[in-house]
Design a protein around this ligand. Structure first.
Ligand code: MG
Length: 396
């Protein structure tokens, strides 16, 4: 493998003043992390993209990354410092022995392809290369009491950006040596390379390649994305219907909630008729078959399976297409059991499985006035609908 990109997303980012680390902040239909990742997965010279995340961030990672690319490796967990996180990311890439690595901050979502090109080109002649901008503002040193102690000459000063590019074996051994020397005070990878005696080239960065640091930065980035995104979203609807018959038992599963009852529902899985109808509605919205195709009743693997697995899989298929679930709505048709006492729990459970807000989940129930198989209490039927937003580009 020739070129890997290592994207460092393990920070907690509290400076941006929100609960969510800023690399996971939404930017309209996308996220800070997704734009940072896309810059590399979409670059023809990059063969592999490895993201390093905080060990607690598996869920926000998945929620903020809906693009799918063969280049994207599973995320690895970082360490206590940025430096440790980079080293762990490099170790994860070591097995694939890339020739070059681009180390990039996830909080820089707008790196232009031309900057990546310049960094890679400089690696032909240098072991390291850093994109940077000259300093335009006059620099002042604070006396310690918010008065100026001195004006600092700005000649020869540059502001370093990322991606910082290195020949892979060089930067990996520099990081390993820094660990052995118990040095953990380096603020970027170029500093480690300098310490290791590697020559690092300065190439031209880009003003748009800013590091989102404050809540204001994130808000500006969101505005920028919303006004320039060429991707649009189209609404897609899907419907689902399912029936399961009553059999001997003492509880039924409905919409992810177990309800004590005089009977159970018969089925290969847990027979959750509500979740089955809803799974089909989501699959229908994205034109991706039905529940029976993805989870054949003939496959013993799904015997007694909990139906939330089916629904979560449909939601994953939506996210893989870059889609978002706007809302879902389920109607249960039965004489018994009574659904309304369980409605809040059903709503919460489905919201949790789909990772959407509970007010985007409708749960309704009706009897059929004693008519038909549901009226004769032979079974339960469920109908569901879903609205999904799928991205499309002009020309699709
Ligand atoms: Mg079914």
């Amino acid at each position: 493998m020739r070129t890997a990109a290592l994207i460092v997303a393990a920070g907690r980012g509290t400076r941006a003043g929100s609960e969510t680390p800023k690399q996971y902040a939404r930017l309209g239909a996308t996220s800070v992390l997704q734009e940072a990742v896309r810059a590399f997965t979409s670059h023809t010279a990059v063969d592999r993209v490895q993201v390093v995340i905080h060990a607690d961030d598996a869920v926000p990672y998945e929620q903020s990354l809906s693009l799918s690319s063969d280049k994207l490796a599973r995320p690895v967990a970082g360490g206590a410092s940025r430096q440790a996180s980079v080293r762990l990311g490099l170790e994860a890439l070591a097995a694939e022995a890339p020739e070059r690595v681009l180390i990039h901050d996830a909080a820089r979502p707008f790196v232009p392809a031309a900057v990546i090109d310049r960094v890679l080109a400089a690696l032909d002649t240098h072991p390291g290369a850093v994109p940077a901008l000259t300093v335009a503002d006059t620099l002042k040193r604070d006396s310690g009491s918010r008065t100026i102690a001195a004006t600092v000459p700005r000649d020869g000063l540059w502001r370093a950006q990322t991606p910082q590019g290195f020949r892979f074996p060089d930067i990996l051994s520099a990081h390993r040596n820094a660990l052995r020397a118990a040095r953990d005070d380096f603020t970027d990878d170029a500093a480690i390379a300098e310490w290791a005696g590697l020559s690092v080239a300065l190439v031209e960065g880009a003003a748009q390649n800013i590091k989102l640091t404050t809540a204001e930065d994130v808000a500006e980035a969101r505005h920028r994305i919303e006004t320039t995104m060429t991707v649009s979203f189209e609404p897609r609807t899907g419907t689902g219907f399912d029936v399961h018959r009553f059999t001997a038992g003492s509880s039924v599963w409905l919409c992810g909630v177990e309800i004590p009852h005089s009977h159970a529902l018969e089925g290969h899985s847990d027979a959750d008729v509500g979740l089955h109808a809803l799974t089909d509605a989501l699959l229908g919205a994205i034109g991706d078959g039905d529940i029976g195709q993805h989870f054949p009743p003939s496959d013993p693997k799904w015997k007694g399976a909990a139906s939330h697995l089916f629904l979560a899989d449909a939601a994953r298929r939506v996210r893989e297409r870059g889609g978002r679930i706007t809302n879902v709505d389920v109607t249960l048709l039965c004489e018994t059991p009574r659904v309304s006492p369980h409605r809040p729990a059903m709503q919460a459970r489905i919201a949790q499985i789909l990772r959407i807000a509970p007010d985007r989940v409708g749960i309704k129930a009706t009897t059929t006035e004693g008519l038909g198989f549901t009226g004769r209490r032979e079974g339960i039927a469920a109908m569901a609908s879903a609205l999904v937003l799928l991205p499309f580009s002009l020309g699709d």
